[in-house]
Design a protein around this ligand. Sequence first.
Ligand SMILES: *Cc1c(COP(=O)(O)O)cnc(C)c1O
Length: 406
Amino acid sequence: MFDIQEIRSQFSILDREVNGKPLVYLDNAATSQKPNSVLEVCHAYYTELNANVHRGIHTLSQLATEEMELSRRKIQKFINAEHDFEVIFTKGTTEGLNLIAYILTQKLQKDDEIIISYLEHHSNIVPWQMLCERTGARLRVIPIDENGVLQLDYLDQYLSEKTKVVSVNQVSNALGIVNPIEEIIAKTRKNSDAYIVIDGAQSAPHFDIDVQKMDCDFFVFSGHKMYAPMGTGILYGKREILEALPPFHGGGEMIATCSFEGTTYAGLPFKYEAGTPNVGGNIALGAAVDFMNRVGRENIQNHENALLEYAQRQLLEIEGLKVYGEKAKRTGVVSFNLEGVGIASDVGMILDKMGIAVRTGHHCTQPIMSFFNIAGTVRASFAVYNTFEEIDRLVEGVKKAQRMLG
Ligand SMILES: *Cc1c(COP(=O)(O)O)cnc(C)c1O
């Protein structure tokens, strides 16, 4: 049974007021709120368990290690990885993507090509540009049409034996567009030997993820966008690939032996987890997975899709309101502007006075904004605890903003 009030009761922050009004939190694509079960795990870690992992013989160190490894196995199940050691703890999607771009350095040469898309977050653009600078490789970008949909015939055109990496997001954070990654992966496998990287920052919070069925080489996401604490994230990589590639950071935890003559590296996953990890956060990420499993990922997705449909239908009734990617397949996000209203942030400010939290601006996706010839959008993004009444308040707020600014 999906009981929205029961779910909301697990998020204490939703009871607070902002500017004298009950909070309506619609900035979930930037970060979600955390359920009390996750917060309690963080608190319990520091009050009962805190110790450094993997190196202590003492009881607390062993208990902390067991809890973190249990969490790794929960995440393994969550994405259906074949092995738990294919799940690497990071501090988020940005770190995961930079790690991958760095360890692939030796695999690329001058004139090789990296394919990304127009819909990428800056963190799936800049690390590849930096890799191009190191190696002399070139970036190719799959364009979008006026609906924000990727034009995959360009992928066909770009793929060749020069293609070394294809990196795309499963869901766009700026527009909520769901990209056809099954098709992108199939085409890539057929026409190149490229490494396939999927940015799952906006899909892991909403969808069932099966990295084996997907057949990607890497899959990265952030904990904080799926009910876990900030500073947590996951890099999944296929065993053979991670075993063959060099480490990223050097330091403690990641060595087998270390001497001044030379160092040998630890096996997976530790080879990619140098230094002291965010132990409490990583354990809490497992608790966030438990929360999502308890609610049911299909329930989460159905509810969020219903919210999106309801929001879009009502917003489109407002004259002069444009939804970007209106006709594309989407999830969790509605991104829009009001005609005649110069900047999105003015709308955001008025909504904030009404207790409604949305994001305005370019959403770390300036190329998309350039494509539509705009500086930014107003973005409302949904999580499992949002309600239809909150959407009504958003719509009312947007109408008020239009009256005030129009
Ligand atoms: C948020 C986001 C990122 C960056 O994630 P961080 O948690 O800030 O590291 C990358 N890609 C997409 C699609 C995102 O939504």
